[in-house]
Design a protein around this ligand. Structure first.
Ligand SMILES: Nc1ncnc2c1ncn2[C@@H]1O[C@H](COP(=O)(O)OP(=O)(O)OP(=O)(O)O)[C@@H](O)[C@H]1O
Length: 278
């Protein structure tokens, strides 16, 4: 449903209801604080008064039916949405306390701190090695031993090293889809970000490749704060510590994944996680 076309009184009342919060699994405090965050694409409001804290070192899942604003919220965390001309926002997003929408924010530096992994693996048409060290090359690093070390570290971090260590100079496009996605995660890690933002990272992968990426998310938990958009409730339940359920641009329910899944307090959350809609 398009957010701009909420019409019936029932829909309006549901839409105006307040967010339900459960206690969130907490890491080492809030990595991201979102306060009364609203976003419009032109005249269409896509996010309404979102308030939540993403806990440091934890995996936070954004779930909800298609068009509810998950990707919009994710992309608001590193200002990827800025690329859209008609965008307007009101409210605050603080990353480690810093208001990322404050005038004068260095958006390029912000995006470096927030590694992003997309739905479809997007390796460059270069070697495996050059894909991984790309962020270092952009920084102007050309010292071979530094690049080699970063490449190995990132590929090990992305649980891909053993599969590719003997063919680092081969094209990344020759890897399987699942390997390509882990390569993209390695590339994101190589930039040494503080957080990883993942937009349905497994949607183009088969179940075996999906399981590997999910295991990897488990391995990266703690080192990074991870926010993952997923359509799969099973995936959210498997990989995340905290879950945010969104509907029609609003944050409906948020807190520990365990509580949101086993004791949802808003009927829309319950309907969604039990598969009654979505
Ligand atoms: N670039 C854009 N311009 C105009 N409207 C947009 C744009 N991107 C998203 N929207 C609208 O904003 C709303 C939220 O979209 P968004 O992609 O964030 O939802 P989502 O929950 O991630 O959906 P999905 O699960 O289908 O990917 C939708 O109504 C969508 O049509």
């Amino acid at each position: 449903m398009n957010i701009a076309t909420i019409e019936s009184p029932e829909e309006r009342a549901a839409h105006d209801a307040k967010t339900v919060y459960h206690v969130a699994e907490s890491g080492q405090g809030a990595a991201i604080t979102i306060k009364d965050f609203n976003l419009w694409y032109g005249e269409v409001q896509a996010l309404y008064g979102v308030d939540m804290e993403v806990q440091r070192g934890m995996v936070t899942a954004l779930i909800g039916p298609s068009g509810c604003g998950k990707s919009t919220l994710l992309r608001s965390l590193n200002r990827m949405n800025d690329l859209i001309d008609t965008l307007r926002i009101r409210g605050e997003v603080r990353v480690n306390g810093q208001d990322i929408y404050a005038p004068g924010t260095d958006v390029i530096a912000l995006r470096k701190r927030m590694g992003m992994v997309f739905q479809k693996p997007n390796p460059f048409p270069k070697s495996i090695y050059e894909n991984v060290v790309f962020p270092l090359r952009v920084e102007g690093i050309s010292d071979r031993s530094m690049l080699d070390e970063a490449c190995e570290r990132a590929l090990k971090g992305a649980a891909l090293w053993n599969e590719v260590k003997d063919r680092l100079q081969e094209s990344a496009l020759g890897l399987s889809g699942g390997q390509q996605q882990r390569l993209c995660i390695a590339r994101a890690i190589a930039a040494e970000p503080e957080m990883l933002l993942m937009d349905e990272p497994c949607s183009a992968l088969d179940p075996i490749a999906t399981a590997k990426v999910e295991d990897l998310i488990g391995d990266l938990r703690g080192q990074f704060s991870i926010v993952i958009v997923t359509h799969s409730m099973q995936q959210a339940a498997r990989v995340s510590d905290n879950t945010a359920f969104m509907y029609l641009g609003k944050l409906i329910e948020y807190g520990s994944t365990d509580k949101v899944f086993t004791n949802p307090l808003d009927s829309r959350t319950e309907d969604y996680i039990t598969g009654r809609f979505g």
